[in-house]
Design a protein around this ligand. Structure first.
Ligand SMILES: [Zn+2]
Length: 272
């Protein structure tokens, strides 16, 4: 499933090819995604110039003068810039944005959990974006924020940092890895963790996501053409998926434990 680093890598990969490009035509071959693709998407997008592509949490926003195309990759979605001559669509290529240059921005999604929405310029904030917490890579995200918002919370710190209203984009893998780097046991109550430890955790979250983006950036070199592979940060994981393997710091066996229905991995010696 694409997480924040994969979405950010996608954004960086396609941006040079679509920024400043005019959309000539939109082809929707399958509108039954997680939510129906708006009928008038082709009408509103045709002729518009894509000014830039932003990211908010795991959403991509294609900005035009008329509004923004809001795109979520869901569980299995991917975007690719296909240079001309554009090959015929394959089975899961559901939406094409044909650009004036002859290239095509192609949305592929075997499981169809992704979504496309149109946000007119003057519309109120979209409900999908309205309650999102801060971006983990923004300066506004820090240990003070985590400390303040965690007071009185009895739930686990892992559940707390994975709550998108607190901070967006910290998925299960990244939460496990960041808690390891910060030396915090994932089951500890969020409300009982000190400010210095939350400062370390905020830095660890940033570090883990930035390394994953960098790794995605290396494996996801080519967004043009076919055969682009999703980026994998897997080789760099310190605890996630490594139950019974030795901790990279102290050699104690990594433990796995289910917290809030999600597999968590941690070192019982280093994480307190
Ligand atoms: Zn350890």
């Amino acid at each position: 499933m694409p997480e924040l680093p994969e979405v950010e890598t996608t954004r960086r990969g396609i941006l040079p090819h679509v920024a400043g490009a005019r959309v000539e035509r939109v082809v929707v071959r399958e509108s039954r995604l997680r939510w129906p693709v708006p009928d008038r998407l082709g009408e509103v997008l045709a002729g518009q110039c894509i000014r830039t592509v932003d990211r908010r949490a795991k959403y991509l926003l294609f900005r035009t003068d008329a509004g923004s195309l809001l795109l979520h990759l869901g569980m299995s979605g991917s975007l690719q810039v296909v240079p001309p001559p554009v090959p015929p669509p394959q089975r899961h290529d559901h939406v094409d944005l044909l650009l004036e240059s002859g290239a095509c921005l192609r949305y592929t999604d075997p499981r169809r959990f992704g979504s496309l929405h149109w946000l007119p310029l003057d519309a109120p904030p979209h409900p999908l974006l309205a309650h999102l917490g801060p971006e983990p890579l923004d300066a506004a995200f820090n240990g003070e924020l985590l400390f303040r918002r965690s007071r009185g919370r009895r739930g686990t710190v892992k559940g707390f940092v994975m709550d998108g209203r607190i901070v967006v984009g910290v998925g299960n893998i990244y939460a496990s890895e960041a808690l390891f780097l910060a030396g915090i046991n994932p089951v500890r109550a969020a409300g009982r963790i000190s400010l210095p430890r939350y400062r370390r955790l905020a830095l660890a979250i940033r570090q883990v996501l930035e390394s994953a983006i960098a790794a995605g950036g290396t494996t996801l070199r080519d967004f043009v053409g076919v055969g682009g592979q999703p980026g994998y940060f897997r080789q760099q994981l310190r605890v996630y998926g490594r139950a019974t393997e030795p901790c990279p710091t102290c050699n104690t066996a990594i433990r796995q434990r289910v917290i809030a229905q999600r597999a968590s991995y941690y070192c019982p010696a280093c994480q307190r």
